[in-house]
Design a protein around this ligand. Structure first.
Ligand code: 5GP
Length: 182
């Protein structure tokens, strides 16, 4: 029997999801991060098995075919997905945080109607672009692609259970912790 709930956190690339999730997990040690699989290259600071499982396209497609993915999506010219087994294992000891985009969020909601879906908005579009560039780890052609996608992603917020604004990562983390408190 699972003990925790699935908490989906979405928001455009550069909105600060990683920072917000980090603060939440620092404050609530029982919260676990669902480690996604992806075919994109690791960034310099990323560790395989911690931030993502970095896999080949062939391996990813194998995982889809064998039903190993709870959800997945192809975006930013790569595959991203949630391996089912690690999410279910983590749910046995508490709630699990999924940092996934709207196509995946919709699949989770269908598979697990009790999941809580939270969408993080930037304070403004200008601020989002500034943060995305300021991060310094995303090539320029990727930035344009991600900004275009950000507009579509933000349009999806209406069917999420909750929409929060990341005006301050600390405040935003507190707001989400209150939402998932019970
Ligand atoms: P990044 O390449 O910046 O790490 O992530 C790009 C986007 O992919 C983010 O919006 C993130 O939420 C999303 N993403 C990361 N992992 C998954 C996943 O397992 N499934 C889905 N559907 N999206 C994911």
């Amino acid at each position: 029997m699972s003990k925790g709930k699935l908490v989906v956190i979405s928001g455009a690339s550069g909105v600060g999801k990683g920072t917000v999730l980090g603060i939440m997990m620092n404050k609530r040690k029982d919260l676990k991060f669902s480690v996604s699989a992806t075919t994109r290259d690791p960034r310099p600071s990323e560790i395989n098995g911690v931030h993502y499982y970095f896999v080949t396209k062939e391996r990813f497609e194998e995982m889809i075919a064998s039903g190993e993915m709870l959800e997945y999506s192809a975006h930013n010219a790569n595959y991203y997905g949630t391996p089912r087994a690690q999410a279910e294992e983590k749910m046995r000891s508490g709630s699990v945080l999924l940092d996934i985009e709207p196509n995946g969020a919709a699949q989770v909601k269908k598979a697990a109607p009790d999941a809580v879906l939270v969408f993080i908005m930037p304070p403004s579009m200008e601020e989002l672009e500034k943060r995305l560039r300021g991060r310094g780890d995303t090539p320029e052609d990727q930035i344009a692609m991600r900004l275009k996608r950000a507009v579509w992603e933000m349009d999806q917020r209406h069917w999420y259970d909750h929409v929060v604004v990341n005006d301050s990562a600390e405040r935003c983390a507190e707001e989400i912790l209150k939402i998932i408190a019970d």
